[in-house]
Design a protein around this ligand. Structure first.
Ligand SMILES: Cc1ncc(C[n+]2csc(CCOP(=O)(O)OP(=O)(O)O)c2C)c(N)n1
Ligand code: SF4
Ligand code: SF4
Ligand code: SF4
Length: 596
């Protein structure tokens, strides 16, 4: 392959685009599908890049860079924008000094997310220009274009990218880095202090820059019109859907707006005149379809295509057949292959396992949160009973506790949160617990301090310095909570199964707020491996207590000369955490000496 060509993922391509565009300040908060984007940016020494404690702070770091005139980028998963929405909605009123780009990783089909939300709508709501790449090379190109457009039209740009484009690989042409020295910051209240009367003028400025962008969109290079003689139908598709459509090789005209907001009204009006029918194919919400309808342009779309999930080539074919545009194929060929799903599970030796094994046995209501420990909501544990958004468990637990106490229930209530989530948005919830405490409150909080943001690949968080000397944040959660005024806080090693169980039981019996910080680090991130364990089948009574901890190496198997199935441990997979041995009632699980 030529030296100026590289195979990159969409995430890597955006990072490369930011580098080539002379980007200087980049921040992110990890979340699928955009994690690798900032991990790649961090490798470019010319760029200051960080994973911030949450998306709001990450956005603010990028705002600071842009205010100083540096080309700046912030990236996050789609729900991250909900967290960052407050500064976003006000910042986007300002004119851009340095080019500003927000990258949103959307997840149609929710392969790794708690919801599906179409952030084109949020981008429009925030008065941003929106580019929507569908391939790896577009991901790089649109990143560069976004920063240039941001400066040209003084508009904040949103690069809305879907998970398949983030993770897909393609050939990308790499270019030299441009030089864009920061312009510096010149105080100007009308530009950077968003309060009345300055905000009134900004309303008009926002409208005018979108108008100018819409004019530009008429023949912008990324808005592609491919017309076919004799086609009386026009299909509008962008992003990956456009490429999926191309695979059908249909003799139909296609308009591909790489910029999905603002659209060119002038271009679309012209197209309306030329075509009998306009069909919009897009994933998730009918965004482009609604934009057209707002312009008074007749079109069809969502009546033929799903409002949720990804839209692949086969679904496009089925939808177009439903619309009567193409012939329907026999159902035999359009049958979508069914793949059998495998539920996700904690790693061998995961520190979360004993906590949920104990909670399951306690039969207590558990308010969950978001992290690897979310897997506890699934079978076989089913030991967490709510899961909404990062940090939400604190408020939810407080609210449910108040409702329970007012309805005469004195049952305990337990809440679980990871350390990453604690620093992301749990601290404020903890502070709020101190407000209007009542005598019969009873809430026990377990903080799973595994030293990392494990679920998204092991990024640092506020507590990581405890386990890794290279990490520059080492906030003592107990001291922090004590300083806030939450006094009943203790560290407990959850691999001491009985101690953790007894402490938890004791704390749930107490009134007020109890906090237990489970201290074991993530087994995967810190590559923990102790001498492993094996089962003595002659002692095993086949009670399955060990199997119910759901550690991957454990299964029941047939032993020669023993008629009943007995437990066994795959010693290559076992990392020696000892939890299964501790739950065995007859000491049938024993530690080996490595090398035996
Ligand atoms: C607002 C938001 N941002 C990012 C994510 C992606 N995400 C899922 S879990 C998680 C963090 C989990 O870290 P922690 O609480 O330490 O739990 P662990 O995975 O280490 O068990 C993140 C960032 C998300 N779900 N929501
Ligand atoms: S990555 Fe770490 S926290 Fe997540 S399941 Fe594996 S061991 Fe547990
Ligand atoms: S000791 Fe038991 S629970 Fe721990 S990793 Fe090995 S098999 Fe799994
Ligand atoms: S817990 Fe002990 S007795 Fe029960 S199945 Fe496992 S090894 Fe056998």
């Amino acid at each position: 392959m030529a030296e100026n060509k590289k195979v990159l993922t969409g995430n890597e391509a955006i990072a490369r685009g930011f580098y080539e565009a002379g980007g200087l300040i980049a921040a992110s908060y990890p979340g699928s599908p955009t994690v690798e984007l900032m991990e790649t940016v961090k490798k470019y020494k010319e760029i200051y890049a960080e994973f911030s404690v949450n998306e709001k702070v990450a956005l603010e770091v990028a705002i600071g860079g842009s205010f100083y005139g540096a080309r700046s980028m912030v990236s996050m998963k789609h729900v991250g924008i909900n967290v960052a929405m407050d500064p976003l909605m006000t910042f986007t009123q300002t004119p851009m000094n340095g080019g500003f780009l927000l990258v949103s990783g959307d997840d149609p089909g929710m392969a790794s997310s708690q919801n599906e939300q179409d952030n084109r709508i949020l981008g429009k709501f925030a008065n941003m220009g929106i580019l929507y790449p569908g391939s790896t090379s577009e991901a790089k190109e649109y990143t560069k274009q976004s920063l240039a457009l941001s400066e040209k039209f003084e508009i904040p740009m949103l690069l809305d990218i879907t998970s398949r484009v983030c993770h897909g690989r393609g050939i990308v042409e790499v270019e030299e880095r441009e030089t864009h020295e920061p312009k510096g910051f010149t105080p100007d209240n009308s530009k950077y202090t968003m309060l009345p009367p300055f905000t009134y003028a900004r309303q008009y400025a926002m409208r005018d820059r979108l108008k100018a962008m819409s004019e530009y969109a008429y023949d912008a290079p990324f808005n592609l019109l491919q017309e076919v003689d004799d086609s009386n139908v026009l299909i509008i598709a962008s992003g990956l859907v456009y490429y999926n459509l191309l695979e059908l090789d249909l003799p139909i005209s296609v308009y591909r707006p790489g910029m999905v907001f603002p659209l060119s009204r002038r271009r679309l009006m012209e197209l309306q005149e030329k075509y009998d029918r306009i069909i919009v194919i897009e994933e998730m919400m009918p965004f482009i379809e609604n934009e057209l309808k707002l312009m008074g342009i007749e079109c069809e779309g969502k009546e033929f295509f799903s409002f949720t999930g990804e839209i692949n080539t086969e679904e496009i074919e089925v939808g177009l057949a439903k619309a009567g545009i193409i012939e329907a194929r026999s159902s035999e060929t359009s049958e979508i292959e069914k793949v059998v799903g495998r539920p996700p599970m904690f790693c061998a030796g995961c520190p979360h396992r004993p906590v949920f094994d104990i909670l399951k046995k306690m039969k207590v209501n558990v308010m969950g949160d978001i992290g690897c420990y979310s897997m506890a909501v699934l079978p076989a544990f089913k030991a967490a009973h709510t899961m909404i958004s990062m940090g939400a468990t604190l408020g939810i637990t407080k609210g449910m506790n108040k409702a329970m106490r007012r309805s005469g229930s004195d049952k305990p209530l337990v809440s679980v949160i990871g350390d990453g989530t604690f620093f992301h948005s749990g601290m404020t919830g903890f502070a709020n617990l101190l407000h209007q405490q009542e005598e019969n409150d009873n809430m026990t909080f377990i903080i799973l301090e595994n030293g990392t943001t494990a679920m998204t690949g092991g990024q640092q968080n506020g507590a990581s310095g405890k386990y890794d000397v290279n990490d520059d944040m080492h906030i003592d959660i107990k001291e922090l909570l004590n300083t806030m005024g939450i006094t009943n806080v203790q560290y407990v090693d959850q691999f001491d199964y009985n101690l953790f169980r007894d402490t938890l039981k004791e704390e749930t019996m107490k009134k007020g707020i109890s906090v237990i910080i489970a201290t074991r680090p993530c087994a995967l991130k810190f590559k923990i491996k102790e001498p492993n364990y094996y089962v003595d089948p002659k002692i095993c009574i086949a009670c399955r207590s060990c199997v119910k901890t759901n550690c991957p190496p454990i299964r029941m198997k047939e032993y020669q000369g023993i008629d009943k199935l007995k437990s066994s441990i795959d010693q290559d997979m076992c990392v020696g955490c000892s939890v299964c041995a501790q739950v065995c009632p007859v000491n049938a699980i024993k530690r080996t000496v490595r090398g035996e």
